[in-house]
Ligand binder design. Structure first.
Ligand code: DHK
Length: 150
């Protein structure tokens, strides 16, 4: 059993369809799998002195429960809510409620895509937003926490 890292835990949340990374529309989302993304993000977090908890779900309520549970236990949240980004007032309200720094990540540049992807319910309650950097966006989010958290 390893002892907790000193800077606390980053919760890395991925929403619907992101379990299909690697096989899903590779021209848009690339060829890395979700396991690759979680491995790279966890490695970056640990190198910066954070623990990482990764969760992917296709169910909005599961994502809500994870955000609620992060209150008081996590140092920050990295969230790619997938399509819920564009639909979910509930996820927006959960992020606002827990008062944790959060970084919204999208693998693709949503602003170059269909108009319905241009609006995010989450951006206004996130500290930072990273879009279009591919899977590097998750590491950039860790880097942001490395530079901004104690
Ligand atoms: C992932 C999804 O699943 C889409 O619904 C979003 C996002 C974009 C991404 O680029 O990571 O519109």
């Amino acid at each position: 059993m390893t002892s907790p890292r000193p800077r606390g835990t980053l919760l890395i949340l991925n929403g619907p369809n992101l379990n299909l990374l690697g096989t899903r529309e590779p021209g848009i989302y690339g060829t890395a799998s979700l396991a690759d993304v979680e491995r790279l993000t966890t490695a970056a977090a640990e190198a910066a002195g954070f623990d990482a908890t990764c969760l992917q779900s296709n169910h909005e309520g599961v994502l809500l429960d994870a955000i609620h549970a992060a209150r008081g236990t996590a140092a920050g949240i990295i969230i790619n809510a997938g399509a819920y980004t564009h639909t979910s007032v509930a996820l927006r309200d959960a992020l606002a409620a827990v008062e944790l720094p959060a970084v919204e990540v999208h693998i693709s540049n949503v602003h170059l895509r269909e108009e319905f992807r241009h609006h995010s319910y989450l951006s206004a309650v996130c500290t930072a937003v990273i879009v279009g950097a591919g899977i590097h966006g998750y590491e950039l989010a860790v880097n942001f926490f490395d530079k901004t958290l104690a």
